[in-house]
Ligand binder design. Structure first.
Ligand code: NAD
Length: 381
């Protein structure tokens, strides 16, 4: 068994003004098992240094290029143990492949790559390298999503018949990409985001949640994608009908022009005996409604929850946990995967941690939805 110590994390992305890089740092460090020690935070060396200063790392370890970081860190006795990728989507593949080739395990933000073909390349690279690869589908880290997953796995609802998932945001209701808004600018450029806009940015989260919670697989879909805001080059509004491998059907709505919405992710699963309802903006409550019984509201950290939900709960009931804690759950499981691998094991992940399999399915979902929209027809998955 390898002796455990704090893991040293490198980051690519997360430069000044970035959204998710700083969230990764907070989450990774929450349990005291990981420390951010290096980064290529921006493509500009100067901005990378500025970010490094803000994160409080050694200035010599803030690099202007991720390849330089992998090389320099590889030459240090205290070099990084793994890297997190928090860049725009078009860099996910090259950064991940460069890390894997340098022998460095990867935690990547979603979507896994910019295109489905790239995802297949990445899948082969992970297999060849034999190194842990985790994917931060954040919502998989919430205790009550784990509870919902456990419910479905135990068959308590009876056969699942219908799924309704929606992910509604309003922040792209106007063409803010033309004003230089950083997050909107790359998301609306197909060369940087990939061919999917909203469908890739948040539709993949909704898709992942469906398969993750129900344990079912999507086998076909019929999608309509629109660029509602004039001049926008990628979709900003998506509606899809899903067919699942047990005969159930589902509806997936993802939109970034749903004016007034914040981060409105909601999943409803209907079985023969009852249903589940979870909302990301009220994540510490899971509603369970029975056909022949009263409605239940399950609270995060209630002693009656499943082991899988309690295992990822940090605080006593009534003390809300949220987005950062959910990310931190994924990091906790990534640390387990890391030490398992370091102790001579395989690169297999704990079963609840999304990895390359989820990454490839998410990219397939985008590709299939675009094809369905193009042909205005049902497509097989
Ligand atoms: P952002 O624009 O805020 O940040 C991207 C950062 O990457 C910037 O600091 C930019 O300077 C840096 N960057 C660009 N090119 C680089 C290069 N060559 N080398 C090093 N750094 C480089 O974007 P964001 O909103 O933080 O999104 C980043 C990624 O995270 C995207 O893939 C997005 O899909 C994903 N994301 C995931 C979640 C989630 O819930 N899991 C939420 C938001 C974003």
């Amino acid at each position: 068994m390898a002796e455990r110590r704090k893991l040293r994390m490198g980051m690519v992305g997360g430069g000044p003004g970035a959204f998710i890089g700083p969230v990764h740092k907070m989450a990774a460090e929450l349990d005291g098992t990981i420390e951010l020690v290096a980064g290529a935070f921006s493509q500009s060396a100067e901005r990378s240094r500025a970010a490094g200063e803000g994160f409080g790392i050694d200035p010599a370890r803030a690099y202007g290029d991720y390849r330089e970081m992998f090389k320099a860190e590889g030459e240090r006795a205290d070099g990084i143990d793994f890297v997190v990728i928090a860049t725009p989507n078009h860099l996910h593949l090259p950064v991940a492949v460069a890390a894997l080739e340098a022998g460095i395990p990867v935690m990547s933000d979603k979507p896994a790559t910019a295109t489905y073909d790239e995802a297949l390349v990445l899948e082969a690279a992970v297999k060849n390298a034999g190194l842990p690869y985790g994917l931060t589908h954040t919502y998989a880290g919430y205790a009550l999503v784990r509870e919902a997953r456990d419910f479905c796995a135990r068959g308590v609802l009876g056969g699942i018949r219908k799924i309704a998932v929606e992910y509604l945001q309003g922040w792209l209701s106007r063409p803010i990409e033309t004003t230089g808004q950083k997050q909107a600018a790359w998301r609306s450029d197909p060369a940087l985001s990939g061919p999917g806009g909203c469908i890739g940015d948040i539709g993949t989260h909704a898709f992942h949640l469906v398969e993750y919670v129900t344990g079912l697989e999507v086998t076909g879909l019929n999608a309509t994608l629109r660029a509602v805001v004039e001049g926008r080059r990628v979709d900003d509004d998506c509606t899809a009908i899903l067919r699942l491998n047990n005969g159930a059907t589902g509806v997936l709505m993802a939109s970034q022009i749903a004016a007034g919405e914040g981060n409105g992710l909601r999943l409803r699963v209907y079985g023969e005996n009852g249903s589940l309802d979870w909302r990301q903006e009220d994540p510490n409550r899971l509603h369970v409604r029975w056909l022949d019984g009263p409605e239940e509201i399950r609270h995060a950290s209630g002693g009656y929850l499943s082991k899988s939900a309690l295992r990822v709960t940090r605080l006593p009931g009534g003390h809300p946990e949220g987005y950062i804690e959910a990310f931190a759950v994924l990091y906790r499981e990534f640390v387990e995967a890391f030490w398992g691998w370091r102790s001579g094991g395989t690169n297999e992940l704990p079963p609840a941690l999304p990895g390359i399999v989820a990454g490839v399915r998410g990219m397939r979902f985008i590709e299939r939805a675009i094809e369905s929209n193009r042909t205005e027809s049902w497509v097989e998955f």
